[in-house]
Design a protein around this ligand. Structure first.
Ligand code: HEM
Length: 509
């Protein structure tokens, strides 16, 4: 009772269909397969009369053109994709039962890199986090690792995400992005100080997609065959090295070619200079989590001091043949998980577990996971059915479970791990916020030139903020992170450093 044929079966169907292709295969056809007689002239009533509705080629061509677009992604609309392979190199079976990590196993992948805020054809030279989403077509179903280049995020609770994105997107009134709007928002989010510091450093404009790392940002759980879990963070380390653009370099490139990141990726793969990333894991035992002075399930934090271990390498070696069908219709979701990999209790991640599959039901459609780029290599057998554009091959009368007649059964070995709980429901922030310390540590890890670039990059945007209270609040956050950092950016904006220091003194970590 297959809901959908596995890929190899579909291959056979496609092959046999191709044998049925008419002899005049090179002829232009309409969507019903009929040959087109004239694709250059509409049918008209004589030399001077109106165009005829009965010209089905004209009508169909316009109808299909009118419907070419699907909604673009609400964020991460601009992107570039590539296929490749992930090869697992370490035995971590003590940590996870997921076969994608069985030492020596090779798993096909599709990766989509992206910018976040602006639309489908926006410049790739803008300051923005970069998306780094990987779909692993594993032997146990698809696993999507949907990360970013920067290792932390602006906020720690999904309930803030729509407001944050609204503030960062162009204004609904002017259609212009405006620092007055997004700093107005961020002046209420001290936890964003770490991410903003990284974003306004030169890491906020990577030189190209091959030249950036990827990060899960969130902690995930790896679960072993005994059901025991550990918390992990994933990190893709670029073998090409991390290279960024300064504000001036980005402006110069943008003037010539605002598609440089897609172009460089395409060029590298066409020239067989296949980009590679090593995948690293940081591991934390559940019993060690409470010992830290920050919350390790807070997406605004890195796990500093926790060693990394390499678990595999990814190589990208094939470009999509059709950008719309593959890159545009690809649907990555943190909820696409396989046994042995589970979400942590990170509040931002929990919102993402819902949001991606939800937006994709709207953006790509109920049966979007049947598309070649999204469908698993393994068979999909379940009783989810119907919906628009259903091209699956579900058969038989038993579309429910359990049943004495059906053959589909749950498998207890794939049950979720169990999390001990206590207490009552609540609506409250986390207790160990530590909003500023890691921002200061990152600032001090930069060399003098990088620090100067960060100050200049920040001053360029924060200097456009007209509201003094908003500007000073932001400055106090940077001062609280590191007094030298706060002084430098305050001076660049001609702010009263003494006043900023006073504001910073009132802030709690
Ligand atoms: C609660 C917080 C968040 C929400 C609600 C959210 C929501 C979304 C939505 C609705 C999309 C469009 C998906 C689509 O149309 O296919 C998207 C794309 C994306 N998001 Fe998030 N996001 C959040 C946080 C994050 C974080 C923390 C990261 C990185 C760790 C991230 C990385 C990405 C990436 C890489 C994409 C593009 C995937 C692709 O290439 O198709 N997002 N996000």
């Amino acid at each position: 009772m297959a809901n959908q044929y596995p890929l190899h079966t579909l291959g056979v169907i496609a092959l046999s269909l191709s044998l049925l292709t008419p002899a005049h295969a090179a002829s232009l056809t309409r969507d019903n397969g009929a040959v087109v007689g004239d694709n250059q002239h509409s049918q008209t009533a004589g030399p001077n009369g109106p165009v005829l509705l009965q010209d089905v080629q004209l009508i169909q061509k316009l109808q299909r053109f009118d419907r070419e677009r699907i909604p673009e992604r609400v964020v991460h609309a601009r992107g570039a994709g590539a296929y490749g392979t992930f090869e697992a190199s370490a035995d971590i079976s003590a940590l996870t039962r997921a076969k994608v990590f069985a030492k020596g196993s090779k798993t096909p992948v599709f990766v989509r890199f992206s910018t976040v805020i602006h639309g489908l054809h926006s410049p790739e030279t803008l300051r923005d986090p970069r998306g780094f989403a990987t779909k692993f077509y594993t032997s146990e179903g698809n696993w999507d690792l949907v990360g970013n280049n920067l290792p932390v995020f602006f906020i720690r609770d999904a309930i803030k995400f729509p407001d944050m994105v609204h503030s960062l997107k162009p204004s609904p009134e002017t259609n212009l992005q405006d620092p007055n709007r997004f700093f107005d928002f961020f002046a209420h989010q001290p936890e964003a100080t770490h991410m903003l510091t990284r974003l306004y450093s030169d890491y906020g404009i990577p030189k190209g997609y091959q030249y950036m790392d990827g990060n899960s940002v969130h902690a995930w759980k790896l679960v072993n065959a005994q059901g025991r879990y550990v918390y992990v963070k994933f990190h893709w380390a670029s073998r090409q090295g991390q290279h960024n653009l300064t504000m001036q370099q980005a402006a110069a490139i943008q003037a010539q070619d605002f598609n440089h990141a897609s172009r460089e990726l395409i060029k590298a793969i066409k020239h067989k200079q296949y980009p590679q990333w090593d995948l690293y894991l940081q591991v934390m035992q559940p019993e060690d989590m409470a010992k830290l002075d920050y919350n390790p399930l807070d997406a605004t934090k890195i796990w500093s001091g926790v060693p990394e271990q390499k678990v595999g390498t990814m190589t990208l070696n094939r470009l999509p043949a059709n950008i719309f069908q593959e890159t545009e219709q690809s649907a990555f979701a943190p909820s696409n998980l396989v046994p042995g990999i589970e979400p942590s209790e990170d509040r931002l991640l929990q919102g993402r577990i819902f949001a991606y599959a939800d937006t994709q039901l709207h953006r790509v459609g109920s049966n979007g996971l049947q598309l070649p780029v999204n469908r698993p290599l393994v068979a999909v057998d379940n009783n989810n059915q119907d919906g628009a554009m259903n091209g699956g091959q579900r058969q038989g009368g038993v579309n429910y479970e359990p049943s004495r007649q059906g053959s589909l059964q749950q498998d207890a070995s794939a049950r979720y791990s169990q999390l001990p709980l206590s207490g009552s429901t609540q609506q409250a922030g986390i207790s160990k916020t530590l909003n500023f310390r890691q921002a200061g540590e990152f600032y001090r890890s930069l060399n003098k030139q990088e620090q100067a670039n960060l100050i200049a990059n920040l001053a360029a945007d924060l200097g456009r903020v007209r509201n003094e209270a908003t500007r000073n609040t932001m400055l106090s956050y940077f001062y609280k992170a590191d007094s030298g950092y706060g002084q430098a950016i305050s001076k660049a904006l001609n702010a009263n450093v003494g006043e900023i220091a006073k504001l910073a003194a009132q802030l709690h970590e």
